[in-house]
Design a protein around this ligand. Structure first.
Ligand code: NAD
Ligand code: UFG
Length: 332
């Protein structure tokens, strides 16, 4: 198939690109590089064995997208492009609605114009909000606590409406939990610009001496050791989940929201322990007050992905930490 990947040079998009290319799909990448580096393209080329087709373009530029759809006979789109900082979304909501919601509408218009109606959308576990029960299943109420989560939910609602209006659309919203780790080659991985917000990239920078210590945002939660618990998922498992979703989308019209998580939660201390073993180093840490907006614990009910997509995560926390560290070492 000819598959258009928006945000294809980003963390998750680039890993999905490797798996899709390995499966023999023709991949066409679009990215405006607002949160990725052009070097990812040549690294992808090294992994895949040929340079993927790439357009430096913003998904809000519908005319440019129209021309890309005209040039390539696209069968399906995977829409990764989006901004993802929870903190920034709260201080700059217009930027997030414009990019994440406006960008999605622009893409959908271009898809409609080109009569492409198969879509996989990068949604997030953030759409659920405060857990009313755990694990979160896909029927859990969706009450996101921040602007970023609201943009994801709004796009899901637009997609649901679109599929009601035109039943020929096939749409899968994949609600990712906490992706970490990197491709086994160490050539691509998570490379945040500036100070990392997320736990794993921060831990890597402490291990390599770039940052003096890890701040632990609260050790007084009602969790097994007082620190926050999350459902960390290896980015290659997540990438493989997209291939499973692609096979599903090809055969099932309608709108479907599906969790991609492992179903297991690990605490901040669990992750640090696994990382210390994987990297054979000690992570200096300081307990700080809770981070505003953080939840104590959440994790996925992963049954729907298993039943509908025939997919489940395979890689454990050790592999996540080892591969994440391997990428970080090679890059620094
Ligand atoms: P990322 O920032 O590494 O990748 C996103 C890519 O999209 C970047 O390369 C960026 O340059 C590009 N981009 C952003 N806006 C664009 C635009 N208007 N036009 C073209 N390109 C644009 O993030 P990621 O971790 O790979 O996340 C991919 C998707 O998954 C995002 O939509 C994100 O919200 C979602 N998601 C991520 C996580 C996570 O923890 N990483 C969790 C849940 C959902
Ligand atoms: N944490 C620390 N210190 C840090 C960073 C994080 O103690 O320096 C803790 C947090 O308090 C939390 C856990 O580590 O308990 C995980 O935090 P992350 O920032 O890595 O991840 P979040 O669960 O807060 O959010 C992430 C992404 C969101 C996405 C969500 C999906 O940032 O964009 O996962 O589940 F929507």
């Amino acid at each position: 198939m000819n598959i258009l990947l928006t945000g294809g040079l980003g963390f998750i998009g680039s890993h999905a690109a490797t798996v899709l290319a390995e499966q023999g799909h023709q991949i066409i990448l679009v990215d405006n590089l607002c949160n990725s580096q052009i070097e990812v393209l040549s690294h992808l080329g090294q992994i895949i064995g040929k340079q993927p087709i790439f357009y430096e373009a913003d998904v809000r530029n519908t005319n440019l997208l129209n021309s890309i759809f005209q040039k390539h006979s696209i069968d399906l789109v995977i829409h990764f492009a989006g901004l993802k900082s929870v903190a920034e979304s709260v201080t700059n909501p217009l930027k997030y609605y414009d990019n994440n919601v406006g960008g999605s509408i622009s893409l959908l218009e271009a898809m409609q114009g080109a009569k492409v109606n198969k879509l996989i959308f990068s949604s997030s576990a953030t759409v659920y909000g405060v857990p009313q029960y755990l694990p979160y299943d896909e029927s859990h109420p969706t009450v996101p606590m921040n602007t970023y989560g609201k943009t994801k939910l709004q796009v899901e609602e637009i997609l649901r409406d679109l599929s009601h209006a035109d039943p020929d659309w096939s749409i899968v919203c994949l609600r990712y939990f906490n992706p970490v780790g990197a491709h086994e080659s160490g050539l691509i991985g998570e490379h945040p610009r500036g100070m990392p917000n997320n736990l794993m990239p921060y831990v890597c920078q402490v291990a390599s001496g770039k940052l003096p210590h890890l701040n632990i945002f609260g050790d007084d939660y009602e969790t097994k050791d007082g620190t926050g618990e999350r459902d960390y998922i290896h980015v290659m498992d997540l990438a493989e989940g997209h291939v499973a979703a692609l096979n599903f989308v090809n055969q099932h019209p309608g709108f479907h929201a599906i969790n991609l998580g492992t179903g297991v939660s690990y605490s901040v201390y669990d992750l640090i322990g696994a990382f210390e073993q994987a990297a054979n180093s000690t992570i200096v840490r300081k307990v700080q007050p809770r981070r505003s907006g953080d939840l104590a614990i959440y994790y996925a009910k992963a049954d729907k992905a298993k039943n509908l997509l025939g997919w489940q995560a395979k890689r454990d926390l050790q592999v996540m930490c080892k591969s994440g560290w391997n990428f970080h070492k090679q890059k620094s």
